[in-house]
Write a protein that binds this ligand. Sequence first.
Ligand SMILES: NC(=O)c1ccc[n+]([C@@H]2O[C@H](COP(=O)([O-])OP(=O)(O)OC[C@H]3O[C@@H](n4cnc5c(N)ncnc54)[C@H](O)[C@@H]3O)[C@@H](O)[C@H]2O)c1
Length: 326
Amino acid sequence: MPPLLVAVADSVFPTLDPARGVLSGIGAELQLAAEPTLEAILRVAADADALLVTYAKITAEMIQGLTRCRIISRFGIGVDNVDLAAATSAGIVVTRVPDYCIDEVSDHALALLLAVARKIPFANAQVQAGRWEMAAVVPIHRLRGSVLGLAGFGRIPQLVAPKAKSFGLRVVAHDPYVPTEIFTRAGVESVEFPQLLKMSDYVSVHTPLLPETRGLFGADAFRQMKPTAYLINTARGPIVDEAALARALDAGHLAGAALDVMTQEPPVSSPLVGRDNVILTPHTSFYSEESLVDLQVKAAEEVVCVLTGRAPRNPVNPEVLQQRTA
Ligand SMILES: NC(=O)c1ccc[n+]([C@@H]2O[C@H](COP(=O)([O-])OP(=O)(O)OC[C@H]3O[C@@H](n4cnc5c(N)ncnc54)[C@H](O)[C@@H]3O)[C@@H](O)[C@H]2O)c1
């Protein structure tokens, strides 16, 4: 029998050794496409047993050209670059890795909270410019007893909550789809969205980007927040209406913001750039050396599962697996 072949459509990693290591366990060979185009990907993927992909578009046309592929495994959380309907009708299971960076993103959200609360970037800029004085950073409020409101209570904010609590913050969250037991177990109060806006000293955004959450943080939301409150977004840029945020900051509806994600990345002529009370990081929440290894290992493990006849951990179209066993 020829060795199993796993094609890689595109890669952003310095090395594919972590994935290669996992796949060598089933004697599978890894072949990376020369470039992320239809022709170049099909050159390595047409006869491959599995396809790993990062950002390359896996179109219906490409899927039609896959003769043996049983799994398309994404190095990442979302699968919007894969034509899911085409994969499903071709009987190919599509998988994702939803949990490779939850430690990193929850740390980053808390790092942003601490940075805005203690005004670290601003204070640093003052000292670097020769001002060594407390007056420049007044006022700073005590964290203990302050309220952190989490918009969404999925995997990441469930890790933010205990970290924030260790600083003495009271944590509330709004997530209409999470059962009460999860809130109770976490010691987090479940609140309605308007209540969260009204009572929070820090609001941290953790919902997915959906039609219902696009622009969720807009002029109306900002008007309901405390004028001393800070907004933190490590989720997806378009959940926050950035023009409305700039106007709300100018109007004093909230005190500041810290964003790891923006609607346009990198930002071009954003009204949020250049403000003392806004911290921006370049969509790096997910990143650590360890999280990237984890991502490769977990995506490759999905391939191993499917090629050895076991169910993958995170299929996006599990109906394909049911059809196979039926
Ligand atoms: N900045 C980064 O590098 C980075 C990395 C990973 C994830 N993310 C983003 O972080 C966010 C959270 O990720 P996660 O792993 O916790 O997601 P998750 O899938 O575990 O949870 C999402 C939660 O949002 C809830 N939700 C859906 N619609 C809602 C609404 N209208 N109001 C309130 N809650 C709602 C769902 O019920 C679910 O509990 C996502 O937007 C994800 O894309 C960012």
